[in-house]
Design a protein around this ligand. Sequence first.
Ligand code: TYM
Length: 334
Amino acid sequence: MSETVEKKKRIFSGIQPSGNITIGNYYGALKNWTQMQDEYESIYCVVDLHAITVRQEPAKLRNKTRELVALYIATGLDPVKNIIYPQSHVRQHAELAWILGCFTYMGELNRMTQFKDKSAKNESNINAGLYTYPVLMAADILLFQTDVVPIGADQKQHLELARDIAQRFNHTLSDTFTIPEPYFGKVGARIMSLQDPTSKMSKSDANPNATLSLLDEPNILTNKIKRAVTDSVGVINYTNEQPGVKNLLDLYCCGTGDSIEEALAFFEGKNYGQLKASVAEVTVNELKPIQDEFHRLMKDKKYLDDIIHTNSERASFLAEKTLRKVKKKVGFIV
Ligand code: TYM
């Protein structure tokens, strides 16, 4: 009897090592990654090239990059089964980005909402890297012939651009790139600020009470959740008219794995204080083991550096296969 071994589909995703990684990054991206690692061949990058589109302190960036590698592992990503590495260690990202930039229209980049938001926040440093950032993101994804990209809702527009660039390249120079699909979790694709629940929770928020950092101590997490902005309705509903309560329910469901319906049934007749206490408990239970493992890993710099080096080589090997193909297609001598 003949046996067919199906090739696993490939995942690529990344997080910038800037600011403090939030529970939004965790529930929107990282937690889904850990749940997908058996089913897919996965590549998880710490995107330090992206981070320098906004000024970073060099020593801090280096630490944050190592910390994020440790956090990936601490959340449960296996560094042998998956490829985990810093983007700057694999030069093919930047090389492919240049080539893809020549297949991207300025009109497309002008439409990117994140560029508009980020330029408004960094008026003194609207650099070309910030503008061409989505091209680098397309290169990250296309370099690995990625099938699926697990991301939060804020990256949807960038992913669509990556698909457009891939299709344009394939159409102009014959089939080269796999066209990637996005993957969003059932809940948690858009965790909102605790202080302004109509805007996204963001690592760069200046108000520390607005975000839950993955590394906040349990009492800090609890206090921030207790101070979260709600409303004067007084009833626990899941609606856009009550964005603060809706966000707390999302946080609860992301932690417990319950559906929104199950959570609404559980909280029926309960008040906001009880909702917040439950969210705090669930959040602390979710993050405490990750924090303990993170602190243990950070004491072993050699282990982390070994992972970084071996995994960068694995990534580079795969990336080179695509880059060589691309170079040939555009007419470079290879
Ligand atoms: P970054 O570093 O801003 O965020 C990392 C991941 O976290 C998700 N995310 C959220 N999800 C839910 N609620 C939130 N409040 C929230 N905030 C952030 C993001 O959607 C993202 O999935 N450009 C990317 C990094 C990147 C990348 C890539 C991602 C570079 N190259 C290739 C995928 C594939 C970024 O800045 O993510």
